[in-house]
Design a protein. Sequence first.
Lengths: 867, 321
Amino acid sequence: MKRSAFTIFVLLPLLLLSCAALWQSDSTRAIQAARTGEYASAVRTLEPLVANGSSDPAIVNALYYSWIRQGEYAKARERFDAWAMARPNSAPVRLAAGRINHVTGNYAAALTHLNAALNSPDVGIAASFEKAVILEETGKREEAEMIYNRITENFLNTPNTPPRNLIYVAGAMTATEHFQEANNVYRTAVKAEPQNAEAWVAWGELLTKKYRETDAIENYKEALKIDPNMPEAHLEYARNLSSTEVERAEEEFNTVIETNPKMPAAHLFAATQFIESEQYMKAMDSINKALEVNPNMAEAFSMAATVSYLQGKTDEFNKYKDKVLAANPQYSKLYYTLADSAVSVRLYREAVAFAREALKINPRDWDSMTVLGINLQRIGEEKEGTDALEGAFAADNLNVLAGNTLNLLDRFKRGEFIRIQSPHFEIKLEKKEGEALRPYVVDLLEKAYKTLTAKYNFTPQGPLSFEMFPDHADFEVRAVGLMGLGALGVCFGNLFVMDSPTAKELDHFNWGSTLWHEFTHIITLQMTDNRVPRWFSEGLSVYEERKAYPGWGDDMKLDYLRVIKQIPPPASPRGGRGASEPPAERRVTPKLLPISELNDGFMHPKYPGQVLVSYYQASMVADYIEMKWGFPAIRNMLMLYKAGKNTEQVFREALNVSLEGFDTEFMKWIEAKAAPIDPAKYGKLMTAGVEALEAGDSDKAIVSLKEAVEMYPEYTDDNNAWEPLAEAYLKKGDKPAATDVLKRYLTYSEVAFPSYVKLSELLEEAGDKAGAAKALEGAMYVRPMDLKGHSKLGSLMLELKQYGNAAREYETMIALKTPDRASAYYLLAQAYLGEGKRPEARKAVLNALDIAPSYEPAQKLLVEIQK
Amino acid sequence: MALEKEEGIGMKHRFCLCLIVLLFPVIAQANSSALIIQGIGGSEELEKKFTKWGTGTRDTLVKEMGFASERVFLLTGDATRKESILKTFEQLKQQIKPQDNFLLFLIGHGSFDTDYKLNIMGADLTGTEYSKLIDSLNAARTVIVSSTSSSGGMFETMSGKNRVIIAASRSGEKEDTVFYEYFLAGLKGAAADEDKDKKISVWEAFKYATAGVDRSYKEQTHLLTEHAGLSAAGTAATASTSEQEAPVLARVTSLNAERTVTVSDPKLQALLDQKKAIEQNIEALRLDKNLLPEAEYDKRLEELVLQLARKNQEIQEQQKK
């Protein structure tokens, strides 16, 4: 006994020491597991430790995040509340309890817990910051600011703030609009603790807020290197990619949901995406998922108010709005959310109204002031818009949206753009090219106005503003305030802007069809009070391009054909994955979308090229409706949208068909259209034809190439069969057949400049001057600076006595600084005289004679004008 | 008062222009000679292009611009060696009289280090050497046109009194140029004859080519990498094609060979003289353009041009007799 007692006596301290060491080692491993994304494993070790009384801040913190990141909100709240009650003096536990009560919407309890932790040397700053956030969210902005300021002041007055607290300092600085300082503190924080994933993410959020997405993404990547499962990092990564790499963003989002299926912020992000694609039911489902975790979440209610508003459910809208404002009368973010969502569905006037409401509540809501400024510009209120942007930028010179837009507006002010007033449009064109583009731009805008207002029996409300930018970056800034927009043009209901022809690669852009497309949006947006869904508005714009000019508007390109025929996408050229290419097992088989999801094809494409496929599909839907029900049905649909009907109701009432029924019939129709086309066979025919042509056997070439174009006439991209077929006929000397081929080709292609010119020559040679002029005019929408083309077209127009068009050509030539200005003025005078514009004719001929006084034809014309 | 001050400046400017025109050597019974030096291409493609420009220039001068074939020299290949060039200048010296014009066309690759050089067979001649050779000709006016890269380097060593120089590029621009393509196009069919006087002035040819280059780059949506310049009578080179900045020597110097027209019918001669007087009145009015309100200018121009039209009618009727 003695011996055993002695043994125990001697060994007990050693045993206890070894247990403590074991415990220490287990907890360290578990904390590390929590930091590296092994949340479940971490919880298994950490929960018993905290349950058994550990108040180690690192342990409690790791357990809290391990639960939260797995979506264990209820369990976390239940356990931390219980532990807090049992150990009211444990500051780390009170902090965790405060946080989980905050996250789950129990704000009063959260504050109680946090108040108990405020003086803790370990977690006091964290608790103070959390408290300030809650106070701010519950309408106590002034109290919150006092805390934020105190945190900042303490930091400034304390030489060695522990690195773990720096993110709260930076957070406080961000909340009090000291963005540059906050940025510096975050930099210090990650330098001091490079393994602090939360710091990387928090800094990334600041960078995102300041539109430095590329930098922010690097931060999220750093966080994910530390914790590959961290839902916050994946979510913010997805948010940053959502407008540029949509497929990758979706992957990131799916990773969030796999790890934390309940994460409120993730569901609200999903709701934003659904609102953008006008899928309001799905948006509401997502909002409700967020509310399941936090039934008092102001942001969720703001979004619910948005969805109700966009659906025209006024009572529900008011209910949600009142609920938000009752809880926090200072919550201007309600109106900011409404304004931002209104923009995403093109309700610019409404966005302005909501932004104004936001500023009434909080005149320092700079985000809302920016939204106000940009959207005032879009609705034609330039002066007030500029003032708002200047206000927002003065308050925050890191505001890229305001800064970029103001820079561009300054260039307008400095006279770098000419301003033109046509009968229905206020036009801005860049100074260097403006005079050369003016005649055609004015002519086409007025033609579009005349044609489409008559067709839709609708007169849009002015002022209508049109702007063209030779620098794509300027266009991007004017359109969205930021770089990275892939579009060619954008319409805001009153203002529409686009790339100018010189912004694009030669022969890859038809500026005329783009202008027509954007003006069609003016009609469809204004006609429906901006309620037309994106897919229908885009579809009608492409549909109207096709009606406007032979060859304009997209046809069935090879990529579209592949989607219709469900041909798997070709493998990456290098056999490996591209930067944003998903792995093979997650690659989506491209297919056309049902109407109910077609907006997603524009807003959240799931495979490369889906946006263009969706434009094509939407335009074919318009074609199909016109073919089957006639154009009045399209007009009727627009009126129903204006009346607030949803797409299901619109199809039912205007076409007497359900969406599913329509989808079935439409798919059958489009598949039948694509059925005879065999791309592989086309390739073989094309190769055989070109080889025969090169070998000098025109007859053989014609057989193959003709079969190719008959099978797939809409293929007009590189290596199409149309061009060599025309060449084969020309080699054979069969000009009428070549003419016919080029005519047909140009009913599908809108950028084939050489073919337009060749067709014009052939038609003129055959005596068809009107046809020749029409073909050459088509070429000018591809190369508007082609002096030779304008010169030829001018003479054709004069011969045809189309004096207005002739004048347009000579005005363009003069603006293009034709070397023979005297002749151009003389011919312009002839055109004016033909139009009956005698004073203009006199002035033009005097201009000719001012350059060349001895120019006899001009002298004679002056004599004639004098008579 | 401010208006008076502006008018005063304008009047002074006009006076200067007239004075400059009067001070230029009078062209009477003048003739013109031209030397085209087509440097080495270095590649088949460029050789082809330079040959097209060289022979194109010779043919246009002879067939369209009134040059006698024996007064146009085209040196290519081995004939571009220094000794051949010096020999040709000796021949030109014999041919050119003090009232004659001399045109020098330099086609090919150029370089500029401390002086401009055209790449020829063997050792290259420098701009300074060319300048001395030109001086030795003692021509009334000399026009030098270079198609080459770095040709702006000519301005430093080849500018001088009664000389107009056109360079296709700046001295630091080392890429091949397209300028000469448009310059030659301007000469053909009198395409560059903006004022329809059936002659192409150096200024008109420069403007025509510069506009062509500008358009070409715009159409290709490329950034402009060649900037042509013009210097007249030793003044600083300009790249501007604005009429207000047109050097007078460049405006009044024609690239066409001068020819003297004589009329035996005294009545016709009188009408031609009257026509000339009206044209001079128009020219005087044009010089006043910036001083007059637009409507007033148009009114006066209209009156004069109508007089000119009637005079042309009378001349044509007299010629039929």
